[in-house]
Design a binder for this molecule. Sequence first.
Ligand SMILES: Cc1ncc(COP(=O)(O)O)c(C=O)c1O
Length: 427
Amino acid sequence: MTSSQALLTRYKDVVAPAIYRYTDLTFVRGEGVYLYDADGRRYLDFSAGIATMAVGHQHPRVVEAVIQQAHRLFHAAAHIGVMEPYVALLEKVRSLAPGHLREGKGILLNSGSEAVEAALKLARYVTGRPIIIAFRHAFHGRPMGALAATASNAAFRRRLSGLAVGVHHMIYPTPRVPFGRSPEERGQMALELIEEALRTVLPPEDVAGILVEPILGEGGYFVPPPGFLEGLRALCDRYGFLLIADEVQTGLGRTGRWFAVEHWGVEPDILVLGKALGGGLPLGAVLARREIADAWDPGAHGSTFGGNPLACQAGLATIAVIEEEGLLENAQQVGAYLRERFEEARTSMPMIGDVRGLGLMLGVEVVEPETGRPAIDRIGPFVKAISQAGVVITKCGESTLRIAPPLILTREQADEGVEIILKVLRG
Ligand SMILES: Cc1ncc(COP(=O)(O)O)c(C=O)c1O
């Protein structure tokens, strides 16, 4: 038995099956864009811990920052007193944020879903209104509150229906919606459906905010049509709703900008962050316009570990590396290159459908060559086979390969990954 097999056996004996796993790979070490298994085998990481490890694994700057902090202080709790890394990280994130959020205030939590839940509480608290508009195909997390907004897969809610008290799901205008002839028209119609709901089932004065992923993540890496996010902003302005952007996956450089909303010049009232924010340690954040944050009274929210100093230092070092190594530009350039490579492959491989996304948030849809329909039954085996062949990858949506490598990926490493993926797809 190999070391990986032995570890997998122990895992299966002790870990409940609720935690779905894309592969049976083991990971014991990481370096840059590579992961190593228990037998020392190397894999190119196109998953980055689910779009998390922005500057790669064990970046020396991040490691050093955590070590230095570990020598000083692990934890004292934001409810007991002031910890400098907590302050410094919020100052830094705020300095990068769009528009009025630059003068905003925030809090730190332990994960993306915790941050989503805090944002929903904040919106309801300050508006005094009970309803949140969210979208089908969106993913906001698994704990009960975040799950109430999650609608990317009915399986996530199985045996838990009835959760969604106060959340009303509208249509996200992906190319799959059965209306609209152009992307713009689909976006416009999705906005009109919200207006229609506001006339019939959702009294506007009961709506606290609109929660939206600027690009659908788990739901399939769908980029919204021009005008859609701008239209949501306009609806919020018209009716006094708060626009809550869930940038847990898209945020901090993944799409080639610090925040995906910048691609459309849209300014949210509340920004939700996670994943890359902690540089690999658990961390989430909510940043809100100043007057909104100031209306959130003392004691209205809290967390023992939120803003843990080690995680904050990892996050600060991660952001510094993104700035100093020009990783926004790299995400744009290598992302465009990867996209070209898959688009070129598509011309001779009918099983490659849509290639979509922004920056290093790229989706490559696998379809049935005969019908062009999503290859729902084949995507799981493909993900396993590609990972086994040396590129750690996951899926999103129904049948889309989710490509979300560290933002430090080079063209050569991109080529290495594309070759392996195409070889497996060709069979
Ligand atoms: C857009 C988005 N929101 C929220 C979450 C939940 O974050 P976490 O898994 O850190 O709780 C995720 C996780 O994938 C996400 O992609």
